[in-house]
Design a protein around this ligand. Structure first.
Ligand code: AMP
Length: 451
């Protein structure tokens, strides 16, 4: 266990920490400090409440030298205005004895006042991506001196669709800079972002705090495919006594909707769903009703369940097996809180088996395997991703003139060709020759003939 002295921080920071009454660094601070100080690109996996803001701010403030220059040198991007305010407050706490300049900008408020504030110059800029971009485009601020870029809550940022805005901002930043990211969960989107933009990124993560694993009974089922998983879920959730308050974690919005629809067929009013395509009001109502016990089952994506203070969850279902083991830990940490006993159920396909083993490796324990109940129907229906793809590049028996792999007979309804307006064809059929109504020339011709 280290202490703040081990970090060799400046006196001014030390006094601020003393005033705050922090005795020792939290685990994420302990792990992130040396990596952020080293100047490497880093992704920290930690949830709100673990002291993550300080984990990146402490080394940044430690390294930020005094300067009179106008352009900011540290940029912190967060997904929401509330977070801008929260991060500003945290920075102010630690900067009590420092004289650095900090500004926060976010959308939905008067841009001119923000422009005026930025005109005074700042060292650290905390911003939401959209407003930041507007300010840069209108030349209210320049990003050419940014040495350190922090993206906090990257998973929320990407889930809210900020990828495009991030790309735009990356274009405006100097090549030589340190990238520091923080996220509660690791996702494929984040991995792609890192692969596209950053190099040699080091990962630091901490296990979920607060939930001892002993409180959670963990079981798993090997299930052949997506739709059989739904059948199993429907089967197990019939037992309303045992499955009192259930969180079902799903991989993405699309599957959230499919699973919600399927469960609603069996359990109608018992089920609700939250994901980022639902309106804020809808999500709030769903969560409230789940918490009050109106709904027994809440289907959610990892990112949406963030920061929700849900109590007395009896079961956490992992509909998919997270490919990043930390995410599994975050999910199951939703149950078994405050000395209560909780349960988690993991459903995994053959393809997900390595991910399940990685989770077991992280926990240093095996998850109890259960056999699929006989009543559960094995579905033959496959999702697009599950369809087998047969690729035989060197098949000697392949006919040279055979249609390509994507060839298939058209369905009857798709065989029709476009014949133009059906009305004209109907008339032609009736009169055995093309005929139009309302055609001036045609009518005139016919009139002349009659005369
Ligand atoms: P965060 O995870 O950044 O949202 O921080 C959660 C809370 O923990 C904030 O109110 C911080 O001020 C506080 N905090 C940060 N670091 C420490 C520490 N080393 N000891 C005690 N509290 C801390």
């Amino acid at each position: 266990m280290s202490s703040f002295e081990d970090f060799k921080i400046s006196k001014q920071l030390g006094y601020a920490i003393e005033d705050l009454g922090f005795e020792k660094p939290t685990p994420i601070q302990e792990k992130a400090f040396p990596v952020v100080m080293s100047g490497k690109d880093v992704i920290g996996i930690a949830q709100t409440g673990t002291g993550k803001t300080f984990a990146y701010m402490l080394p940044i403030l430690q390294q930020l030298t005094f300067s009179k220059q106008k352009n900011p040198r540290v940029l912190i991007m967060v997904p929401t205005r509330e977070l801008v305010v929260q991060v500003l407050e945290e920075i102010e706490k630690f900067s009590k004895y420092l004289n650095n300049r900090v500004e926060g900008v976010y959308g939905g408020t008067n841009i001119n006042r923000q422009k005026e504030a930025l005109a005074q110059g700042t060292d650290i800029l905390v911003a939401t991506p959209g407003r930041l971009y507007d300010l840069v485009i209108s030349r209210a601020v320049s990003l050419k001196s940014i040495k350190k870029l922090v993206i906090d809550e990257v998973d929320v940022m990407l889930d809210l669709g900020f990828r495009f805005q991030l790309n735009n901002i990356f274009e405006l930043l100097p090549e030589r800079r340190q990238n520091i990211m923080f996220s509660a969960t690791m996702t494929d989107d984040i991995e792609n972002l890192i692969l596209d933009f950053f190099r040699g990124t080091e990962k630091v993560s901490v296990a979920v705090s607060g939930t001892p694993l002993e409180n959670i009974e963990q079981v798993c089922y090997a299930v052949p495919n997506f739709f059989t998983k739904i059948n199993l879920l429907q089967h197990l959730l019939k037992d309303k006594e045992a499955y009192k308050k259930v969180l079902v974690f799903v991989p993405n919005k699309k599957s959230a909707d499919i699973i919600f629809d399927a469960l609603s067929e069996s359990f109608t009013e018992d089920v609700c769903v939250i994901h980022s395509n639902k309106t804020q009001n809808y999500r709030l109502r769903s969560i409230e009703q789940f918490e009050e016990g109106v709904h027994r089952i809440l289907v959610t994506t990892d990112v949406m369940s963030r920061g929700l203070d849900l109590t007395k969850i009896s079961h956490v279902f992992n509909f998919d097996t997270p490919s990043f083991p930390e995410n599994y830990m975050h999910r199951i940490g939703r149950t078994g809180r405050a000395e209560e006993k909780g349960s988690s159920v993991l459903l995994y396909t053959e393809k997900e088996q390595p991910a399940k083993e990685a989770i077991e490796e992280l926990m240093k324990m095996e998850i109890t395997e259960k056999t699929l109940p006989e009543e559960v129907e094995i579905s033959k229906k496959l999702t697009a991703e599950e369809q087998p793809r047969i690729i035989e590049p060197d098949n000697p028996h392949k006919r040279v003139d055979a249609p390509g792999p994507s060839f298939h007979e058209k369905k009857e309804k798709n065989k029709k060709t476009n014949q133009g307006g059906s009305y004209r064809r109907e008339l032609a059929k009736k009169y055995k020759k093309p005929k139009t109504r309302g055609d001036k020339n045609y009518n005139r011709r016919n009139k002349n003939k009659k005369r």
